[in-house]
Ligand binder design. Structure first.
Ligand SMILES: C[S@@+](CC[C@H](N)C(=O)[O-])C[C@H]1O[C@@H](n2cnc3c(N)ncnc32)[C@H](O)[C@@H]1O
Length: 169
């Protein structure tokens, strides 16, 4: 079985549009698998915000308990506005991470927070949208990684086929 380095856990997500946007972020940032709890996503999954079809390439699994699906060598990183949490700009991401996010209309439960290896928050004014938070955390991981590949070939592979724009100076 493929080793899962980066996983996302969504605690009872409410909006399928958010889950779709999380899947798109998962594709962009090379996440290996996304797990979610609860029934609300499955009930209304017909909206399509995952326009890059990442859900067909990355495992998306409904599970009863996020904590029971953490790969054995992954660190549990809870992301929420929790007193005592580490500000994300100061955080060094583990190589193998299982990032857990709360629902749009709630917070990660205290018993999950108590099992975390780290709890981090983004020092925003007010809280962000769920999928926006996932994007910020994954970008922060990429920005702090020593092995990030960044070159024109990646731009050519990633952009729209009708985009031929170049920096001219
Ligand atoms: C809309 S928020 C829910 C409300 C949030 N639990 C609160 O207490 O304000 C949905 C989820 O996005 C994530 N989130 C949003 N803003 C965040 C922030 N500034 N720092 C860390 N996580 C955040 C958390 O995982 C949160 O559970």
């Amino acid at each position: 079985m493929k080793r899962l380095n980066v996983c996302i856990g969504l605690s009872n997500p409410k909006s399928p549009t958010n889950v779709g946007a999380v899947m798109r972020a998962a594709g962009c940032y090379r996440v290996d698998a996304v797990f979610y709890t609860g029934e609300r996503y499955a009930r209304a999954a017909k909206f399509n915000t995952d326009t890059k079809d990442a859900a067909n390439k990355i495992m998306l699994s409904g599970v009863e308990c996020l904590l029971k699906n953490v790969p054995y060598d992954a660190k549990i990183v809870c992301v929420d506005l929790v007193e005592g949490a580490i500000p994300l700009p100061e955080y060094q991401h583990p190589e193998n991470a299982f990032y857990i996010f709360g629902p749009e209309d709630g917070t990660i439960h205290q018993d999950v927070i108590d099992k975390a290896d780290a709890v981090v928050y983004v020092p925003t004014v007010g809280c962000m949208n769920l999928a926006a938070t996932v994007n910020v955390v994954l970008y922060d991981r990429l920005a702090k990684s020593a092995t990030t590949l960044a070159n024109d070939e990646l731009i050519r592979q990633s952009r729209d086929t009708n985009n031929k724009v170049k920096v001219s100076v």
